[in-house]
Write a protein that binds this ligand. Structure first.
Ligand code: PLP
Length: 397
């Protein structure tokens, strides 16, 4: 009954830890979770108010497949205001989260036999989405020393005649790393030599950048615009994960191809969420900046704490709400109960089972030497989490 395609997809590794965390919490154990990929804030009030107004006004029907003209216009204006990019509303497709924008973009772009280059550590869904579409993910391991950013040389080495796309995520989940203008220029120089390679640029964390402004690849290499798909959404910057609203902006023929797929698979996102999204882009960004400032304080705290833990290395990421420390020194160690820690998955299982700390193993993101800690949690939880991590690692021998 199950297709080869479905069989080729792995279940989300991150779910194993969250299932364990839930099970232990149900048993009454104290669990601190730094495994969530979502802000711990509520959606700003003016955004909620516009959604409530939409409900009261009876804005309850299907909208246009690619999103309401008003939302697409507000996205087009936002892309000009914040990113200095020109996209007509017709070049935008609103989707059920950025996840759907990514999934449908990959479906519209790749065929069997095509390769898609994905720098690791990567967001868990990228390789799986490529597999669902029948193509081959080609992961390229980046280094801690380079703050987990793919170099121009690595990119060029990975390109073959079958390469159809390169996936770029800046700021990154899971590492929080942001590419500099210079690094983007160097990548763009390589890409300009290979016109068959399209670029999927996932910029969903663009509002959570701590040093300077967000820079996207199209800001440094506008000549790549006719083969770039820009992915963005409301989940992270506006604390709107549950509203399921994202979008893509791309050249018109590509947008039309994605729109065809969307029309047959899901239709437009919820009408109410679209009204919320409109308010997000037309209203004040002050609440967004407050959330960013709060994330920055927590980042500084967690990075300082990690620096004091023996055997843990961590660079200070400049975006998103994750740190990705190197814990390789603890691989091969043994717990007080005699369990061996052979992988980042073993380490995370040990930390949750014996110390009540939920973190996501780097194995899930294609980087065996790291773990992902999300600091989208209260300062009290972060302090307790760092105590538990320190204690847990100290008990390994
Ligand atoms: N891209 C990245 C890098 C993410 O981390 C996420 C969510 O975790 C998404 C896309 C999808 O976001 P959503 O579908 O909630 O808009």
């Amino acid at each position: 009954m199950i297709s080869k395609r479905a069989q080729s997809v792995s279940p989300s590794e991150t779910l194993k830890i969250s299932a364990k965390a839930k099970e232990l919490a149900r048993q009454g154990k104290s669990i601190i979770s730094l495994s969530a990929g979502e802000p711990d804030f509520n959606t700003p009030k003016h955004i909620c108010d516009n959604a409530i107004k939409a409900i009261k006004d009876g804005f309850h029907g299907y909208t246009m497949n690619t999103g309401t003209p008003e939302l697409r216009e507000s996205i087009s204006n936002k892309l000009k205001r914040d990113n200095n990019l020109d996209y007509a509303p017709s070049q935008i497709v609103c989707t059920n989260g950025a996840k759907q924008a990514l999934g449908f973009s990959i479906l519209a772009m790749v065929d069997e036999g095509d390769e898609v280059i994905i720098p690791a550590p990567y967001w868990v869904s990228y390789p799986q989405m490529v597999k669902v579409a029948g193509a081959t993910p080609v992961t390229v391991r980046t280094s801690f020393e380079n703050n987990f950013r793919i170099t121009a040389e690595q990119l060029e080495e990975a390109i073959t005649e079958d390469t159809k796309a390169f996936m770029l995520c800046s700021p990154s989940n899971p590492t929080g790393t942001c590419y500099t203008e210079q690094e983007l220029k160097e990548l763009a120089e390589v890409l300009s030599k290979y016109p068959q390679v399209n670029i999927i640029s996932d910029e969903i964390y663009e509002y959570i950048v701590f040093e300077g402004d967000h820079v996207g690849i199209l800001n440094v290499a506008p000549e790549l615009k006719d083969r770039t798909v820009l992915i963005n959404g409301f989940s992270k910057g506006f604390a709107m994960t549950g509203w399921r609203l994202g979008y893509l902006a791309a050249p018109q023929p590509f947008v039309d191809a994605v729109a065809k797929i969307q029309s047959q698979e899901t239709s437009a996102p919820s009408s109410i969420s679209q009204k919320a999204g409109e308010a997000a882009y037309t209203g004040s960004l002050d609440p967004i900046h407050e959330m960013r400032d709060s994330f920055k304080k927590r980042r500084d705290f967690i990075v300082d704490e990690l620096a004091d833990i023996e055997g843990v290395k961590c660079f200070k990421p400049s975006g998103a709400f994750y740190v990705f420390p190197d814990i390789s020194q603890y691989l091969g160690s043994t717990s007080a109960k005699g369990n061996t820690i052979d992988s980042s998955t073993d380490l995370c299982m040990y930390l949750i089972e014996e110390h009540g700390l939920a973190a996501v193993p780097g194995d899930a993101f294609g980087e065996p030497n790291g773990i992902r800690l999300s600091y989208a949690s209260s300062m009290d939880d972060l302090k307790e989490a760092m105590n538990r991590l320190q204690k847990g690692l100290k008990e390994l021998s």
